[in-house]
Design a binder for this molecule. Structure first.
Ligand code: ATP
Length: 587
């Protein structure tokens, strides 16, 4: 990249994303640099890559904190490949695993594997592989027996193989990398990670010889390394270098790029990882973040109206909507895929058109593994699509050209907010995000502010006024709930759901799960998202249900309680907690 030239990506100046140097100057092997440039099209390293790669090459344990979409995957894969290709004699499959990348979700596992495959094109003797929940164990065992040099794994399945696959060779293990380290812990895998580190003999105090301490190198990365990671860091890292944790700005500047030896000196930490609570999170500077204040009963109408408007303005674009539960994803997917709109407001020729015209996909942890893979690949390659998802898509996934992120159900922890919006505005591209909040939930904005996250208000009334009204001439409406567009659309939605038995069932399930998820908010968030402040009748309306929630609640709740009791018998406490949150990740 030409130095000093102010070039723009769609969003921000390139200088704010990329370093003014090339990959070769970071100390990487020429064949790897060619691979990065020719096959992957990467002209220059990103700022975090320029900052961290030399430090990782030096062999130090490292904690990396950088905004979403800034290239953290290459940051750890490139130095590992560089070192491995340098081994003499060349490494062989029978040497087993040299590097282990632990990730929280299946999708991230596949994505890192894809990146790895591309990077290894010229290093055919270094074998990439993955193991994760949902895959066939016997096939994984066979692959492990043959030997995998760089292994990507979800924690549950990794522990399983460490305990039960005797042909899994890890005596040469040199690197353990935790990608999305904080999420792995949030999902309750702390115990599994401790066990994994014990089996691998990778805790600093466990290293017996000086040699072992030198050979092992552990890395922790995330856009939201917070104080929860301290325990994992202290458990797995020995005298780490901390990158990106010492500044509070949202964007790193060129001045912060310290290469080679300088970087180690400048960023060195006293030996113990210590991240403070209320850390400011790094968000892409070009991300346009807004919130919309919507009364509970009008939420569904507003969601559909926002989507209709976005796709009407730009038919070819990708949008992700986040929900709190799998049931909510299923219901909204069925509804949006089939709802044709306001029959009263449309002429006969229009009535067959879908209300939101786009390709609609869904992704959540209760789907079959193969279906998850299909959706993941489809949303990656589609030019225009709407993805409805739980937080299973929030972490690390790199879907190209996502234009807008809608958080229909609030994310809870500020970390999840950061990762959800991080699916857009990647690598300097433009991006928008919209957070739905009920009037009783607006204190959540203060919670985000504590972490340096600031949002502006979305002009909802202006949007509602922009839709055609056939029977209402007067255009001054005082409240959202009484807006004729909202009233008419709500009525149509309720009639539609009432008629469609299958969708009604999905709505009832979604209603119950939603209330459960709402009551599962933890810590300080409990005082913002209070179930007792909810009007359950309005919640039912947000699922287009006409019935009183207590009636709906009782029958479906009973079914859910029975299901939960059965689950309880077979699953231990933590696993159950994950199931309750409808997030089956990391297994
Ligand atoms: N030097 C580079 N030049 C151009 N593109 C790059 C470079 N490095 C990485 N990328 C691309 O940038 C995108 C984001 O990278 P990546 O997914 O590693 O980001 P991340 O920081 O891990 O994000 P998240 O925090 O969301 O996991 C990917 O499409 C990746 O291929």
């Amino acid at each position: 990249m030409a130095e000093g030239k102010k070039t723009k990506t769609n969003g921000v100046a390139k200088e704010e994303i990329f370093a003014a140097c090339d990959f070769a100057s970071l100390g990487l092997h020429p064949a790897l640099c060619d691979q990065l440039k020719d096959r992957m099209g990467f002209e220059a390293p990103t700022l975090v890559q320029a900052q961290a790669i030399p430090v990782i090459l030096s062999g130090r344990h490292v904690l990396v904190n950088a905004a979403t979409g800034t290239g953290k995957t290459i940051t750890y894969l490139a130095p590992v490949i560089h070192q491995l290709q340098n081994y003499h004699p060349k490494i062989q499959r029978s040497d087993g695993t040299f590097a282990l990348v632990i990730v929280p979700t299946h999708e991230l596992c596949m994505q890192v594997y894809e990146n790895l495959q591309k990077l290894l094109h010229r290093f055919h003797w270094i074998v990439p592989g993955y193991i994760m929940g949902g895959e066939n164990r016997a096939k994984e065992k066979a692959r492990l027996r043959k030997g995998i040099s760089i292994l990507i794994a979800t924690p549950g399945r990794l522990l399983d193989h460490l305990k039960h696959t005797s042909s899994f060779v890890y005596k040469n293990l040199r690197w353990i990398i935790f990608d999305e380290a904080d999420r792995i812990l949030e999902l309750g895998f702390g115990k599994e990670i401790e066990e994994i580190l014990d089996i691998l003999g990778s805790r600093p105090h466990v290293s017996e010889s000086k040699d072992a301490a030198f050979v092992r190198q552990n890395l922790l990365l995330s856009a939201t390394l917070n104080e929860k990671v301290n325990r994992l860091a202290n458990m797995s890292l020995d005298n780490p270098v901390m990158i990106g944790l010492d500044d509070t700005k949202t964007q790193p500047s060129n001045k912060q790029v310290k290469l080679l030896d300088d970087a180690i000196e400048m960023l060195e930490n006293s030996g113990k990882a210590s991240i403070t609570p209320d850390a400011e999170y790094k968000l892409p500077a070009q991300l346009n973040q807004r919130y919309v204040k919507v009364p509970c009963g009008s939420r569904l109408v507003v969601l559909l109206s926002v989507l209709k408007d976005l796709f009407a303005k730009e038919a070819s674009q990708k949008i992700v909507v986040f929900f709190s539960t799998c049931d909510a994803v299923d219901f909204h997917h069925a509804l949006i895929s089939q709802f044709h709109g306001l029959s009263k407001l449309q002429s006969d020729t229009e009535t067959r058109e879908l209300f939101v015209k786009c390709n609609i996909l869904r992704l959540h942890g209760n789907m079959k593994h193969e279906d998850r893979v299909k959706t993941f690949n489809a949303f990656k390659t589609e030019k225009s699509a709407l993805l409805l998802s739980t937080d299973v898509s929030a972490r690390g996934l790199d879907f190209p050209k996502v234009r807008c992120i809608i958080q229909y159900d609030s994310p809870g922890e500020a970390t999840e907010y950061v990762h959800r919006v991080g699916r857009t505005a990647r690598l300097g591209e433009k991006g928008d995000s919209l957070l739905f909040l009920q009037p009783i939930e607006v204190d959540y904005l203060e919670e985000l502010k504590k972490h340096g996250v600031m949002l502006t208000e979305y002009p909802l009334m202006k949007l509602l006024d922009s839709f055609p009204l056939k029977h209402h001439r007067l255009k001054k409406f005082v409240s959202i709930e009484m807006h004729p567009w909202v009233l008419d659309l709500q009525k149509s939605l309720e009639s539609f759901v009432f008629r469609e038995v299958k969708i009604k069932k999905l709505a009832q399930n979604a209603f119950c799960s939603w209330v459960r998820a709402y009551s599962a908010h933890r810590g300080e968030l409990k005082s913002i998202f209070m179930v007792k402040k909810l009007h359950l009748g309005h919640v039912a309306k947000s699922f287009a249900l006409k019935e009183q929630p207590s009636l709906v609640g009782r029958s479906v709740q009973k079914k859910h309680t029975e299901k939960r009791k059965r689950t309880h018998k077979v699953k231990e406490g933590l696993k159950k907690k994950r199931k309750m949150a409808n997030l089956e990740e990391g297994d």
